[in-house]
Write a protein that binds this ligand. Structure first.
Ligand code: PLP
Length: 445
């Protein structure tokens, strides 16, 4: 039986803009051919309200991908829109050359979510910029050059962040990654040390020590890792891994950078920040995506001492600290708190995970289910013993879901991992709808 999309009280405005065909033509003629689209027939979206989006025909979809983990608290969340509206009518741009109340209030609120001395915020416009700045800061502070990143990571599309991205799909054949070394991915599904190995964390961490000893001058500027690898297919690290790695990196004079671009902002349910799942405190935290619920905002949070390393020159970012973007970011933090989103993620994320685990028992195509809260991945294989990746299956599930009014994402180097990262405002019925549609998709052939 075809599952029914849960009801919604929002009525979209009739779409009166250029036709689908015209938008496709504009895209083909004037936007870069390297842009990727999902689906055999690209989808056009013209309106959004909380967990739902609408195409130009008025068809409604449940957004199970959140605009790539970016619409954190819901499309056009009223509190976030009101904050941006207010500032849009007061002053839209100031720069950090002048004082403005919102940027400081936002930084203070952000600092209140962080442990230890992580109290200073640099605001920038994208995750790539945030990671680029974090690398520069680590090198300036330590006086060291080498960076340890992880294979299967994604940290951005700029020249320096492509250099710390450990996945060939995202790397152009150009000079990049000077001083960057890649350690083994602590992937317990496909890696050397599996879920059944209680020492997996320590064993994967030993590779970082080995790399520092043999592949660097013995001193490093930083170790950078996503708290849950996102684009790489939601790889969660084994217990103890980050604790061991952080100790090793610090002993070699380096700083530890946590990239929270996908895992942060209460999405995991168990903790507010992904690094907290591992009982570590980074020296630098980078964040983007859900930080602004859809506006161009990102941040680097660190200690005053580390931030001071950039005082020898001027570091300036025109839109960093923009009042409208900061108001929107502040509103996101307020919503996460007021709507008790972390607890909601714990409960609904558990429901989502239980649903996928049930599907894994039913469908041989599901090799692995991983993640927590609203950051969950389902890895498709052709055969459970060989673990041969099944990219086609993932494509079929995505297409089927789209036909059934559900948008999902994909990831992993083989393109065979379904990524489920909805806005954090779904109901239990929405969660059940996701499970029912994926179940039906896998039962379809
Ligand atoms: C973990 C992670 N870091 C950094 C980035 C780069 O962010 P942006 O696309 O805003 O530059 C991304 C983007 O997908 C990401 O997933």
């Amino acid at each position: 039986m075809r599952p029914t999309l849960p009801p919604c009280s929002h009525t979209p405005a009739p779409y009166t803009g250029p036709s689908y065909e015209e938008c496709l033509r504009l895209r083909q003629e004037h936007l870069p051919p390297s842009y990727l689209t999902y689906y055999s027939k690209p989808l056009m979206l013209v309106e959004g309200a909380m967990q739902y989006v609408w195409d130009e025909t008025g068809k409604r979809y449940l957004d199970g991908f959140g605009g790539i983990v970016t619409v954190g608290v819901g499309h056009c969340h009223p509190h976030v829109v009101a904050a941006a509206d207010f500032h849009n009518h007061r002053i839209q741009h100031t720069t950090t050359l002048y004082l403005h109340p919102t940027v400081g209030q936002y930084a203070q609120k952000m600092a209140s979510t962080m442990p230890g001395d992580l109290k200073v915020c640099y605001f920038v416009n994208s995750g790539s910029e945030a990671n680029d700045l974090a690398l520069m800061m680590a090198r300036a502070y330590t006086g060291n050059y080498d960076i340890i990143a992880l294979r299967n990571s994604y940290h951005g599309g700029g020249q320096s962040t492509m250099g710390i991205t450990g996945n060939h799909t995202w790397k152009y054949n150009q000079p990049q990654g000077q001083g960057v070394q890649f350690a083994m991915t602590p992937n317990r599904y496909r890696g050397l040390f599996g879920y059944d190995d209680p020492q997996a964390g320590a064993k994967y961490a030993a590779d970082v020590k080995n790399l520092i000893e043999f592949g660097t001058p013995g001193r490093v500027a930083a170790f950078i890792a996503e708290s849950i690898q996102g684009v790489g297919g939601f790889i969660e690290f084994p217990d103890g891994y980050l604790q061991d790695v952080y100790a090793t990196v610090r002993a070699a004079g380096g700083l530890c950078i946590a990239d929270e671009v996908q895992a942060g902002f209460a999405r995991s349910g168990d903790k507010y920040w992904g690094f907290e799942l591992h009982g570590v405190v980074p020296d630098i935290v980078t964040m983007a995506k859900s930080i602004g619920n859809g506006c161009a905002l990102a941040a680097v949070v660190t200690t005053k001492e580390i931030a001071s390393a950039l005082k020898s020159r001027i570091h300036f970012n025109t839109f960093g600290g923009n009042p409208v973007a900061c108001a929107q970011g502040l509103a996101v933090l307020e919503v996460i708190e007021k709507e008790n989103i972390q607890e909601k993620m714990r409960v609904l994320g558990g429901r989502l995970r239980d649903g996928f685990l049930r599907l894994q028992q039913k469908h041989q195509a599901i090799g692995d289910v991983r993640g927590r809260g609203f950051i969950q991945g389902v890895e498709f294989v052709k055969d459970r013993a060989s673990k041969e990746p099944d990219k086609d299956r993932c494509s079929k599930v995505l297409e089927f879901a789209r036909e059934h009014s559900l948008l999902l994402g994909r990831g992993g180097i083989y393109g065979n991992v379904l990524r489920v990262t909805p806005p954090m405002c779904l109901t239990a019925d929405d969660v059940d709808y996701i499970i029912d549609v994926v179940d039906l998709a896998l039962s379809a052939d």
